[in-house]
Design a binder for this molecule. Sequence first.
Ligand code: NDP
Length: 311
Amino acid sequence: MALLIDIKHPDWMSDDQLRADLLGYYPGADIRIGANPGNPEEIEMLTVSSYYPGEALRYPNLRLIQKTGAGVNNILADESLPGEIQIARLQAETSGNEMAEYALACVLQEQRHLRAYHAQQRAGQWISYPPRRAAETTVAVLGLGRIGSLVARRFVDNGFNVVGWSRTQKDLQQVVCHAGEAGLRETLAVSDYVVSVLPSTPQTRAMFDFDLFGLFRAEAFFINIGRGDLVDEAGLIAALDAGRLAGAMLDVMSIEPLPADHPLWQHERVQLTPHVSGYHLGDAIADIAENYRRLQTGDALLNLVDRKRGY
Ligand code: NDP
């Protein structure tokens, strides 16, 4: 049984590097790389970061697609994907904690006016503003799954008031949890920062549109570390220009890399990063090796995606 690694993001991690890491957990495993897959009939497990429609069909005996990340929307969007192929994603503490750190960095930058001071420095201006206090600031975390709950905890630990929103009602210590449509309104109405850690599903796609931004507080910042296609980007720009919210920090975009002529690049109240909030695989590498082992022994696989639910 062969595992094929075809990450397709050499700027992030090479197939060879992941292969070497996996062999550390599972010496002697038949692990191949995208550049040299060998006989496609021997590939039963495929590990990808990006996935192209129809890719699964290249391997007639494929049983498992293992994503090297948490978002699987591109794989699920493949209409040719055979129903019996299972999909697993990663549920790693490492990247979840990195994403919490990223969200905290975005919020602290605004709390201490660092962006404003940077602009003032270029203009040679010496003007001071009082820092905003965490205890008087409310952060909303939308999506309270594996990553969202780590994000919420990080803000609680740093003294912020935290509200959360998910599909089903949650009970998290020191987090005021809401669910459902009415819960979203309540969440947005009180929040100075809104952090989205939601997956891309038919229900969430394009949910952040001009109308929804109308429920934000005019002083609020939107931070998206979930998926880019949750945002109607024209609606976001219109909402920023109409003063419906104060600014946006986006780690994920609807098209990545963002096209050079996209208006988000130049908008003065938008900050972009190239999908880096959760970066290292860390403890997740052990899970990939473990799924390879379990696929051989027939044990239940780790972190399987519910294909119907979409995450
Ligand atoms: P989980 O599946 O653990 O959690 C998803 C959360 O979203 C759950 O709380 C779920 O609610 C909630 N949710 C889903 N659909 C809805 C909805 N329609 N309305 C309200 N809440 C909803 O996912 P993770 O925390 O592991 O990951 C979240 C996302 O983060 C991933 O899907 C991925 O897209 C993104 N990501 C981005 C990275 C980056 O580098 N920028 C890196 C890693 C992940 P419930 O529990 O009630 O079902």
